[in-house]
Every structure is written in C-alpha cells, then in structure tokens.
Design a protein. Structure first.
Length: 138
C-alpha cells in the first residue's frame, strides 16, 4: 500500500511553449491526483543548478540548464497515494522516442536533434527528491 505523498511536477519550457500545460494537468487530474499548488515562473540559473545537482559534470548538464532557462516553467505540487512513482509512470521514460504510447512523453513528445532531450515534464524520482525539490520550488 502506498502512502499519501506529494511530488514536484514541472512543465518544462517546451511544454509551456506548445500550450500543453492544460493537457498535462488534465492527465494528472484524470488519474485522480490533486493539484495542491502551482505557479508559472522563470527559474533562476541558481535554482536549476540546485534542482539538477545530481547531473553536474554530465555532458548534457549545461544544455539542460540552458534549455530550462529558455522560457517559463510551471511548477506543480501534486498529491496522492503513491504519486511519486505514479506520476513517473504517467510521464513515461526519459527519451520521448522510446517512451510508451499512453504516457505524456510518449504521446506528446519527440526528439528534436538537440543536445539535451526535451521531454515536456519533470517528476521527482523518490520521497527524498520530492521533499528536496518541493522545498526548492515552493
Ligand atoms: P528524468 O527527467 O526522466 O528523471 P534524468 O533525471 O536522468 O531523467 O535527466 C534529467 C533530464 O536531462 C531528462 O529529463 C532529459 C535530460 N537527459 C537525461 N539523460 C540525457 C542524455 N543521455 N542525453 C541528453 N539529455 C539527457
Ligand atoms: Mg530525474
């Protein structure tokens, strides 16, 4: 049995530019999860470097930060039993080319030939990450 949890969902700049905020929130709500809080912001480089600290030193780190700085981001505090794994499952795997149909990344995403994969959404990957990331963004 899964605990009542909260997770951080981000609609990344590609999702905002493609007017997919509503479609992404619709999928979360249709699943039964509850939007407890949300905001549209232009994150600072410092916030993004902290958020993606686990990826410092990887070849896609700088392109990732630049991509996340390229437009507004929508941050969502999402709640539900098992929502941390549940949202990751709704989002699909990291690469949108191979993400399963039925998932956000699989249905709505594709590769665009960029150095960093643009895949519409972020979701926290563990209870520890969720607590840390929600503290950074809210
Ligand atoms: P996820 O967002 O599925 O948790 P991640 O945390 O490993 O994936 O990576 C963060 C983001 O960085 C990911 O959403 C897309 C990009 N990315 C990850 N691995 C990559 C790679 N090998 N090449 C290009 N971009 C990558
Ligand atoms: Mg991740």
């Amino acid at each position: 049995m899964s605990e009542l949890q909260q997770t951080l969902v981000l609609v990344k700049p590609d999702g905002v530019k493609r007017n997919l905020i509503g479609e992404i929130i619709r999928r979360c709500e249709a699943k039964g999860y509850v939007v407890l809080d949300l905001k549209k912001i232009q994150p600072s480089r410092a916030l993004l470097e902290e958020h993606y600290a686990e990826h410092v030193g990887k070849p896609f780190f700088e392109p990732l930060v630049e991509f996340m700085l390229s437009g507004d981001v929508v941050a969502i505090r999402l709640e539900g039993h098992g929502v941390i794994d549940g949202f990751r499952s709704l989002a699909g795997s990291t690469n949108p080319t191979s993400a399963a149909p039925g998932t956000i990344r699989g249905d709505l995403g594709r590769e665009w030939g960029t150095k960093v994969v643009q895949n519409l959404v972020h979701g926290s990957d563990s209870p520890e990450s969720a607590e840390r990331e929600l503290g950074l963004w809210f």
